[in-house]
Design a binder for this molecule. Sequence first.
Ligand code: GLU
Length: 538
Amino acid sequence: MRNGLSSDLIARILGVAPKYTIAELEQKFPPRNLPDGAMVTRAAPSPTGFMHLGNLYSMLIDKKLAQQSHGVFMLRIEDTDTDREIPGAVDTILDIVEKFRLDIDEGVLKTGLEKGAYGPYTQSQRKEIYHSVAAELLATGRAYPCFLTSDEMNEIRETQTKAGMPTGIYGEFARDRDMMPDEIIAKIDAGVVPSVRLYSTGDPSKKIFCKDVARGSIAFPENNDDVVLIKSNDGLPTYHFAHLVDDHFMRTTNVVRGGEWLASLPLHIQMFNMMGWAAPAYSHTATIDKIDDETGKQRKLSKRKDPESSVANFITEGWPIEAVLEYLFNLVASGYEEEKVKNPLMTIWDYDLKLKKLSTSGALFDWKKLEWWGKEFIATLPVYDLVNRVMEWVHEYSPQWHERIGDKIDYLTKILAIERDNPKRVRKDFVTWKQTLEEVAYFFDDIFEKSEIGNQKSEINKNALDAFLRGFEWTDDKDTWWNKIVKIASDIGTKNGDVAMSLRVALTGRTNTPDLYSIMQVMGGERVIKRIGKIING
Ligand code: GLU
């Protein structure tokens, strides 16, 4: 600890007099009155304009922990990095939270308002809270104003890198840590705005034990880096300081965050200890990886290279949000899949997540597996729900399908109802909303007419089609219809299956479809006659 600074000087360092004392903040944001075991969690995305799948993954865990423990799930916007700010980025986050139905108990809402008594929940609006805590640290010698310029810091970093030393502001490099008040005043009078740094008392030759829920206790060297708490350029806190202040005064019990933060854990524990505050329980998540096409090596999903890293893509591509969440959830709770197979109607919200089992090594993103979850989920939907969900996607993301379907919702409903009447054996070829439409696209004349059935022509027996058309009655029941096919086959000396295949290809352009009789029923007599006629005459 160094000598504390006077309140006048602190006001000059921070540019304002602190609004609260720590005791006042403690009172303003009191410990929460929740049942034993209730977890208070927060999603804390930064508005960068892009939400990575890893962000959604932690967010899901946060939501799930709060939900299963009857706790509180907060959404906090971490916008202290003003250099990276992108207009509209907060909306992207709020949109995704809404789309994935991760309803929040507290935090920032789409209306621009927020709910909860522990706010503001946007960091840039919490300046007076950070400044109040920083003032207390300056007053008690646990922080100091630092006047190092960025050039000076670059030089320090270069020297350290050349000498193979750890980078940071420590020891001889922490030039201003013991600066006297008159020197500080002189600098400020000269117009230099300081940052506020931690006056670290850590000794890297000693160990600090830090706990991660799944990894257990990990020994780290103590931190001796005088990290920045309040930045000089905008008076906003760094991640480290905001985390300390927010997660204390929001009374967060569990922090779930990306594995890249694990290295900062000793610093964070040091700061909580310094304040005499209980640190939250930490869980550092594993990365979501893929095998790099070029190098063949496992690596983290990249924002730049991999479309599967973007949460927004899953929405625009029409993935059922339930399937995406179940897929991610199963990476955390690997027993979930087995339960789900036994009980297809169960959801992630019914399954108990054990934080201790959180995987700590990178998981490979697996499209095939995600597709499986998509199929399983869509198979549970009654047809009206399926139509609604498909149409929701169409309205928002596909003007072409919107126009094509127009007022033919009844037609679409009948199409999607095919092989959906037996709940025990529902077709499982629908994966996403978009692909569902592609899968049944042949029902729509404009697409069918453009489609290439030429390469299936070898499957077509024109005599069979001709005979079928002559005897065709749309009102035939399934037995009568089938008996006619059997008769045609024996008349022209071919197999029943060949006749059916000719019809299938002529009507759908495909050799593999659901039940052909149902398809004809849904298409209607006129369309059947037209399509078959065209092949015969073509
Ligand atoms: N804003 C931080 C990030 O996006 C949050 C990390 C945390 O959850 O504490 O990485």
